[in-house]
Design a binder for this molecule. Structure first.
Ligand SMILES: Cc1cc2nc3c(=O)[nH]c(=O)nc-3n(C[C@H](O)[C@H](O)[C@H](O)COP(=O)(O)OP(=O)(O)OC[C@H]3O[C@@H](n4cnc5c(N)ncnc54)[C@H](O)[C@@H]3O)c2cc1C
Ligand code: SF4
Length: 511
């Protein structure tokens, strides 16, 4: 058996494996692949269900309702309530993400080592690099083919060139991409090499079991040791999973700390230091039809201001989502919708300095986060640069989507006004969060970290955290590949550290 579907599990179920992994996103899939490759019997528990490519609904909102957590309506609370978006299915956010691939930047790694020099020995950059190369080869990561770039990506290149900013085709994990522009609703043609179709199937080939539609509710412990997890199936039955060697949490930087807190493992900064990359976006109207829905969803990026904590990307939304960005009401709005073929949207991902917190209140997960004044200044600068690139690429006008500022802008002077004296409240900006980090920080000092540099929880033996919760900071770049690389190392440490003798390959025991 390699798959259990919790929708069909209506009577109590007990499972057992050497390594029990919670979550099947980039972190969980990479950890499962490595654990199974090393010969450990491996069980992955995932709250969401499997989706075959043809099963993703065609409408944006139906796709979000089916495969996103909270139907895509999760919100961080604070001065500016902002959506944070996560996939909830086998593969985590990977099947509905933009397929953008970056390696862990050396400058970010150096910041980590400066803050905690022991990290340099425990997590050598060379090992991360080697693992990244291996992951990238499996995911067939390569630059977007010009044949599927489409106008939205080509125009971004033109705008960046005009401003003298470094730019490049985005490196993506796709194979024979047709440029259908639907990555964030789930690729209907199965062209995205998301982790469900790659790392997780490798793990299954090596004997791992994936149990989907099962929500883990607690980590079980005996005498200071994690012994497994308990949860509930979508069919309504209690599920227990005993871990002979290790429990590995890979449920994301929001759900992993929530699970620790629900399990009474609250010592240390668990849930603190929530970091993210809020993204703001600029819409623009071009005289010629640019048909945002054609071409690679996210095929071009501008990297020239990464040192300022800003990275720019072409975006590709469904038409319904794009319409919600258009200004006006009544007839004026209807005219904008009629004109959709001329509209584009590009985004700026901000490496925010603000830190938020994940808490559990009455069994519900609550995330709070308020951008600092400097972060909001970066929103303004990001929008100015996006607008300037759009105007330089030939846009008639751009729409910053900033409450309290002109809905349409046609000149660089107005964009400079926005940067210098636009609204200072984060609540004025239309933002969304898709990259999250830091809530179970790794570190050599137990007083200011949740796991050690070997990914092992400071208080519960046999418990490991493998996702971006452990990252000492946000990255400023798209994190899925660094998450896969680091999770591979976490599984390596978990399997090796628990018992240095290689475990025998065993199939899952079902009772
Ligand atoms: C719309 C969107 C676009 C993005 N685009 C990109 C991109 O182009 N490039 C990039 O690098 N990154 C992108 N990201 C971010 C990237 O996808 C995430 O950083 C990455 O998926 C995080 O990996 P993870 O495994 O830590 O968490 P997730 O991918 O969130 O996976 C965690 C999994 O754990 C499951 N889970 C949670 N709690 C439980 C529980 N209690 N019991 C059982 N299962 C549980 C969840 O259902 C989920 O499937 C994007 C994200 C989104 C949402
Ligand atoms: S751009 Fe379209 S075809 Fe290409 S991977 Fe994304 S959804 Fe699939």
């Amino acid at each position: 058996m390699t798959r259990v579907d919790g929708r069909d599990v209506r009577a109590p179920l007990s499972l057992e494996a050497d390594v029990v992994i919670v979550g099947s996103g980039p972190a969980g899939a990479a950890a499962a692949r490595e654990a199974a490759r090393l010969g450990a019997s491996t069980l992955v528990l995932e709250e969401g269900r499997w989706f075959a490519p043809g099963e993703f609904p065609l409408s944006s909102f139906d796709a979000m309702a089916a495969s996103y957590r909270d139907m895509g309506a999760s919100v961080v609370l604070g001065a500016a309530p902002t959506p944070y978006v996560q996939g909830r299915m086998v593969g985590g956010s990977s099947p509905i993400n933009g397929a953008i691939c970056w390696r862990l930047p050396r400058d970010v790694y150096d910041e980590w080592v400066t803050a905690d020099p022991a990290l340099g020995d425990a997590l050598p950059f060379d090992e991360i690099e080697r693992t990244t190369s291996e992951v990238e080869a499996r995911l067939e990561v390569r630059p977007t083919d010009p044949s599927v770039a489409g106008a939205k990506n080509q125009l971004l290149a033109r705008g960046a060139e005009a401003l003298g900013l470094a730019h490049r085709p985005i490196r993506r994990n796709v194979s024979a991409c047709e440029g259908l522009g639907r990555c964030m609703q789930g690729c209907p043609g199965g062209r995205k090499l998301s982790v469900d179709a790659t790392l997780l199937t490798d793990a299954e080939r090596d004997g791992a079991t994936v149990a989907s539609s099962i929500e883990v509710t607690r980590v079980t412990q005996e005498r200071g040791r994690a012994t497994g997890v308990v949860g509930v199936s979508a069919g309504g039955a209690r599920v227990t999973a005993r871990a002979r060697r290790a429990v590995v949490l890979a449920a994301s930087a929001v759900q992993t700390p929530a699970l620790l807190l629900k399990s009474g493992l609250s010592r240390g900064p668990v849930g603190h230091h929530f970091q993210c990359h809020p993204g703001v976006s600029m819409a623009g109207r071009f005289p010629e039809p640019v048909r945002m829905w054609e071409g690679a969803t996210q095929g071009h990026e501008v990297t020239g201001l990464r040192h300022e904590g800003l990275k720019f990307e072409a975006l590709g939304f469904g038409l319904a989502v794009m319409s919600s960005r258009l200004p006006g009401v009544g007839r004026a709005f209807a005219r904008e919708v009629d004109d959709l073929a001329h509209q584009l949207d590009w985004g700026a991902a901000v490496r925010a300095e603000a830190e938020g917190r994940v808490r559990v209140v009455a069994e519900r997960t609550v995330v709070t986060f308020t951008p600092t004044a400097r972060d909001v200044a970066r929103y303004r600068r990001g929008l100015r640069v996006l607008g300037e690139m759009m105007l330089a690429a030939g846009a008639d006008h751009v729409a910053p989507g900033v409450r309290g500022f002109a809905p349409r802008v046609t000149s660089v002077r107005e964009l400079l006004d926005l940067e210098r004296s636009g609204p200072t409240s984060a609540a004025a900006y239309t933002a969304a969060i898709t990259h999250m980090f830091g809530t179970c920080r790794m570190g050599s000092r137990p007083r200011d970290s949740v796991v050690g540099l070997d990914f092992a929880h400071h208080d519960a033996a046999g418990l490991y955290v493998a996702d971006s919760s452990v990252f000492p900071s946000n990255l400023g770049v798209n994190p899925q590949v660094p998450i896969m690389a680091v999770a591979t190392l976490a599984a390596r440490r978990a399997v090796g550290a628990v018992d240095p003798t290689p475990p025998t390959r065993r199939r899952l025991d079902l009772t």
